[in-house]
Design a binder for this molecule. Structure first.
Ligand SMILES: [Zn+2]
Length: 145
């Protein structure tokens, strides 16, 4: 996806924010009580929500961003224009390292990441700024081998 396709002015940030904000209310977070919502904008303009889903075995918890990515991939969507993440924290929380790495699997470095709180504070950064040096599959090992 080229820079032009990441034209942040062409993205309905309010709708993306509202979808993530509403998804946040569906979070299953009885242990941390830290509710997170995400909304992934697909290449074809669909918005896929995600929320964090915790587990009594803490290591099984999954973040809102990765829930959205998994849901989108299951629906056949693998190219994304933007993602929004909404928390009730100021300044707005940013995606964790695992989610940043996951996003780099499907998004290029120009993909804008909106981080927002419930009071309207919004920060937008390109994924590259959040995760400048993602793991690269070794060139000498073909995928699928
Ligand atoms: Zn995460």
């Amino acid at each position: 996806m080229s820079m032009a396709e990441h034209d942040t002015a062409a993205i309905d940030w309010d709708l993306l924010y509202e979808t993530a904000r509403d998804a946040r209310l569906k979070a299953y977070a009885p242990y941390s009580t830290f509710l997170v919502g995400a909304a992934l904008l697909t290449e074809d303009g669909e918005i896929v929500p995600g929320c964090n889903v915790e587990n009594r075995s803490y290591g099984l918890c999954i973040c809102a961003e990765r829930t959205a990515v998994a849901t989108a991939v299951a629906a056949g969507k693998k190219t994304f224009r933007a993602i929004a993440v909404v928390t009730d924290t100021s300044p707005p929380a940013s995606p964790c390292g695992m989610c940043r790495e996951t996003l780099t699997e499907f998004c290029d470095g120009d993909t804008p990441v909106l981080m927002a709180d419930l009071d309207g504070e919004r920060v937008i950064k390109p994924l590259r700024e959040l995760h400048p040096d993602p793991f690269q599959w070794p060139e000498n090992i073909p995928k699928g081998s």
